[in-house]
Design a protein around this ligand. Structure first.
Ligand code: DC
Length: 211
């Protein structure tokens, strides 16, 4: 049985943690597609380029290899913000598409999380979930994560960052963040990580049983 599971949603909705746990549960490989865009932005900046330089960003996207994704510098709000700028460029998205699709088409299937997995990368996915949470809940989660690492951040800055990124990711014309029409919806505002996982597994089992 091939099982492709697409998990989409905005920053700090909990989609990454859910995708990782779902992948572990089913014994499937997991791809955090946000890391691809983060790595493109990192490579553009490392070469002294501008994030909105189409030719440079496309060249970086074409040379991304999976080995460079395991980089702690890719975590964090600045890398996320920079990623969301290169992610607006259609040529960058096109350059990353084959890699994502090949990953999804592995024997047995895969779990991918991002913004356009259910709509563009894997419209054929057997299960699609769109994960949301209120702006305030997402900013609070990020704030606690950064505080836990002893980083100097403010809640207001994180909230502004989340809102700016949502607007950019859903307002762009190339593959905007969007729930697929056949996506299951999960709002994690009131849920902790375990409750969210239980809720998403219930939805997934219902969808698999009904398909
Ligand atoms: O999921 P993330 O926060 O790591 O993603 C960083 C940025 O990358 C996000 O703001 C928009 C972009 N992105 C995208 O456009 N499409 C994806 N499938 C994944 C991420």
């Amino acid at each position: 049985m091939t099982l492709i599971i697409a998990i989409d949603g905005p920053a700090a909705s909990g989609k990454g943690t859910l995708a990782r746990r779902i992948a572990m549960h089913f014994g499937l490989p997991w791809l955090d597609t946000g890391l691809l865009y983060r790595a493109v932005a990192r490579d553009v900046l490392a070469g002294g380029g501008n994030l909105d330089d189409v030719a440079v960003a496309e060249a970086m996207a074409r040379s991304i290899v999976a080995g460079t994704l395991d980089d702690p510098a890719l975590r964090g709000p600045q890398a996320g913000d920079a990623a969301s700028i290169v992610a607006k460029i259609p040529e960058v998205r096109a350059a990353l598409l084959d890699y994502q699709r090949a990953f999804a088409l592995q024997d047995g299937g895969a779990v991918l999380d991002g913004r356009d997995i259910g709509t563009v990368v894997c419209p054929q996915a057997r299960v699609k979930v769109f994960v949301t949470a209120s702006d305030a809940a997402r900013a609070r989660r990020r704030f606690l994560e950064h505080m836990g690492r002893g980083e100097d951040v403010t809640y207001d800055n994180l909230l502004a960052d989340i809102r700016r990124r949502d607007a950019r990711d859903s307002g762009r014309s190339a593959a905007p963040m969007l729930a697929a029409s056949d996506a299951l919806h999960l709002d994690t505002t009131e849920l902790d990580a375990d409750q969210a996982f239980e809720a998403v597994m219930r939805l997934i089992h219902e969808r698999i049983a009904g398909s």
